[in-house]
Design a protein around this ligand. Sequence first.
Ligand code: HEC
Ligand code: HEC
Length: 391
Amino acid sequence: MKYESTAIRKFFLLLIPVTGVLIINSCHKDMSVPGARVPVLPAEVYKYDSVPGDIDFNPFGQLVINNDLATLGRVLFYETQLSMNNRISCGTCHKQRFAFSDNEAFSVGFENKLTGRNTPAFINTGIQSGFFWDLREATLGSMVLKPIANHIEMGLESQSYMVRKLEALPYYAELFTKAFGSPEITTDKISRALEQFVSSIISVQSKFDIGKSANFANFTEQEEEGRQLFFHDLPCSACHGGSNLSGLSIAENIGLELDYKDNGVVGDFSPTEALDGWFKVPTVRNIAVTGPYMHDGRFKTLEEVVEFYNSGILPHRQLSTMMRKHDNGGFFFFGEDLGNHQLELQNNCFPLRMHMTSDQKAALVAFLHTLTDNRLMTDPRFADPFTLVGE
Ligand code: HEC
Ligand code: HEC
């Protein structure tokens, strides 16, 4: 779509009833910049506040979603002007087609520097009580502005400058008025709108969710075998359990390293020893599309993750009890492994060896694929609303 530049000198709303699309158009002061980005929004506001029927939990938790607030949040989420170089938005790293993660081990921020950790997918955040791999933020409201200021991610450290940048973009007056009843822009309003949009991103319609209300009649034999392994025979659901398959926002040490480069959660393990290697238990919803895996993206495929749990857990001194053999404080035992136990003895840590057959490994991976909610990846409500106009 193209417009005469005189026509877009001023902020205007253009309604096209035929396509049902409302274009909130704008012009940047600098019209010489080709390809100005403007949001294109539906004539009738999308509904973010409803949950599809037949599910046995409320993915919004205590939060009440307001459609106009979430709509503003959607525009802010994809707003590149919220970064120092006007190129990075939240959506640059949190991509819808990868369930709001990306497919890189580490992501590139505004100055081409890499993030220190793998970009996590997020969905159903309303029922989570801890954010970031080290759980350092307890609420979404307190964390959503952090990436904007982050010196690697978006680099916009001054909040007053952030507000001024948005004030210079004509389409926000209308959006803030709809959401808050006045066009005034404040940091608090920005964080509330972002929180609303992020929380509105729910994922509750995977094959697994649909199967739950139908005795898993929709599962293949292999997927059902994998489900049994995940929930009954193996310890997986002891951590990746509950409605969101992420446990209770706890952190655990799963023995990826003997001495972690990234220490994870900050705190004391004992009076003489700091925590080392404790990371948030992530949800396994949509896991098939969110690789590479773990806080540092070390595993490229689900097969590698499963092989790690099967045979690769290291005897870290702070290893979770769920990952230890039953006579070492754990709950499971699948048989001894052969080999030299010097390190185990030294650390008094005997990790589980799951001794899975190749069929079981394949079944577990097949089950993990049933957790993909394909609608999430294409839902227009969560898509980038911006389009390029102007020359
Ligand atoms: C340059 C890439 C990048 C950008 C841009 C970015 N993020 Fe992130 N995001 C990350 C990384 C990496 C983490 C994990 C950081 C950590 O755990 O220390 C993260 C974590 C999160 C989480 C926590 C998820 C969880 O379950 O723990 C949320 C929510 C989130 N980001 C939202 C946002 C929002 C909102 C924006 C825009 C204001 C944004 N992010 C911009 C890379 C990015
Ligand atoms: C003791 C708790 C615990 C148990 C038991 C457990 N996990 Fe995990 N899982 C975690 C933690 C913690 C992480 C993140 C670790 C990190 O990044 O350092 C994780 C990460 C993962 C990931 C990668 C997630 C991502 O977004 O990168 C997958 C997949 C996974 N686990 C699957 C499984 C399967 C399958 C099982 C059963 C064989 C299992 N887990 C058992 C705690 C556990």
